[in-house]
Design a protein around this ligand. Structure first.
Ligand code: HEM
Length: 392
């Protein structure tokens, strides 16, 4: 079938695109929940249930690219995937990540404090984009002066012009320094990680670091930006949060459900959770042949009426909220605890420091032009500059 052109274009403003996607995918869930998309030569799935079938069965639905080994854990199947995932999991467990909270908070607080006197900031460039980069630079045990490098790597990865050697040299230096003098950061944890007497090889470690940059930075940036879009559209939800901070965690889940930062519409299966059938298999009543590709439509699953009651409602108290914005199964996002922590801390600080922020609509908002992530290019905010800094 022909997919409507808006799906892959960036012409609609972010919320209009999202609304159009919701309407279109609702029809698709009813009429053609499993359909062949000629433009990407693959099957596109719309129902929550069918997507889970695929993500739960890694034997039938492989993540590995055709004709080549993936450098990234996202594009590996067991047993390679299991080994690498076991090695890196301790460094990303909810417990380890929770210990990072004070440092993440300090970074966010400094950034917001810098913006405060002006009474305005462009949320994406001034906060949402540098924040995860500062955090990941810190986590990797790189000094603050390397932040511009990490930003440049992230941007280059996003555009496909990766300065691989540059990353290799900087990280090799950092790895050597950490070997000689272990520290309290993720790089030291990764270097010491051991499963059945095996450590990560330097190649695996570098591949993993690149994955963190690809999978972690732009997505978290967009999640923060999408939070602004959600609360701009639903100011009553921001007021509820102001009155009850215990809603922060469920609010972040609802933002993830309604405005997933991963666009999930392209054809790049190694990055956005696509799979390839390893055998002939039936999904949602359609026969998918061995070797054919499969893509998930995240927004569609997150609004599936079979899974969510009143899915169109933005409800920051929603529970349970089993959205699939972080994927599902063995590839479930390793960075989910970190993304959640950063977003909760950022929103909590905004509630303290700039609770009266307003999004300017003087210039129409534009979508970020990136096939992998979804959100706004720019989010100009104004707020009162008289707030004092939070003291902990
Ligand atoms: C809101 C932000 C994020 C979103 C929406 C997101 C989304 C996803 C999704 C959908 C997958 C599954 C891909 C698949 O099934 O093929 C995934 C995997 C992954 N993510 Fe995230 N991610 C986010 C943040 C992060 C962060 C902050 C990090 C790390 C710093 C990270 C690291 C990873 C890694 C390493 C994997 C691969 C796990 C595996 O294959 O076992 N992500 N992410």
């Amino acid at each position: 079938m022909q997919i409507p052109s808006f799906v892959r274009e960036y012409t609609l403003p972010p919320l209009e695109w999202q609304r159009a996607m919701r309407t279109w995918s609702k029809t698709m869930r009813q009429d053609q929940p499993v359909c062949y998309d000629e433009q990407v030569s693959g099957w596109r799935l719309f129902r929550y249930e069918d997507i889970l079938q695929v993500q739960n069965d890694y034997k039938t639905f492989s993540s590995e690219p055709v004709g080549g080994e993936s450098l990234s854990i996202i594009g590996m199947d067991p047993p390679r995937h299991s080994k690498l995932r076991a090695l890196v999991t301790p460094a990303f467990s909810a417990r380890t990540i929770a210990q990072l909270a004070p440092r993440v908070q300090q970074i966010a607080q400094e950034m917001l404090a810098n913006a405060l006197p002006a009474g305005k900031m462009e949320m994406v460039a001034d906060f949402a984009s540098p924040f995860p980069i500062f955090v990941i630079t810190d986590l990797l045990g790189l000094p603050a002066e390397k932040r511009p490098y990490v930003k440049a790597w992230t941007d280059a990865l996003a555009t496909g012009s990766l300065p691989f050697e540059e990353v290799g040299i900087t990280m090799a230096q950092a790895i050597e320094e950490h070997r000689q003098k272990p520290r309290e950061d993720i790089l030291s944890l990764l270097l010491n990680a051991e499963v059945d007497g095996q450590h990560l090889t330097e190649y695996e470690l570098l591949g993993f670091i690149l994955t963190l940059l690809i999978a972690g930075n732009l997505t978290t940036t967009q999640l923060l930006g999408n939070a602004i879009l959600c609360f701009d559209e639903h100011p009553e939800a921001w007021d509820q949060l102001r009155q009850d901070r215990s809603l922060l965690a469920s609010a972040v889940e609802e933002i993830l459900r309604c405005l997933p930062p991963n666009r999930g519409t392209g054809g790049d299966r190694t990055i956005i959770g696509g799979r390839i059938a390893t055998t002939d298999v039936e999904v949602g009543g359609k026969l998918i042949r061995r070797g054919e590709e499969i893509y998930v439509t995240t927004i569609s699953a997150n609004f599936d009426e079979q899974q969510f009651s009143d899915p169109e409602r933005f409800d920051i108290r929603r529970t349970p909220n089993r959205h699939i914005s972080f994927g599902h199964g063995i590839h479930f996002c390793l960075g989910a605890p970190l993304a959640r922590l950063q977003t909760k801390i950022a929103l909590d600080l905004m509630l303290d420091m700039i609770p009266d922020w307003r999004l300017s609509h003087d210039v129409p908002l534009k979508q970020i032009e990136n096939p992998i992530v979804f959100g706004a290019q720019k989010l100009p905010l104004t707020f009162s500059s008289s707030r004092s800094m939070r003291k902990d």
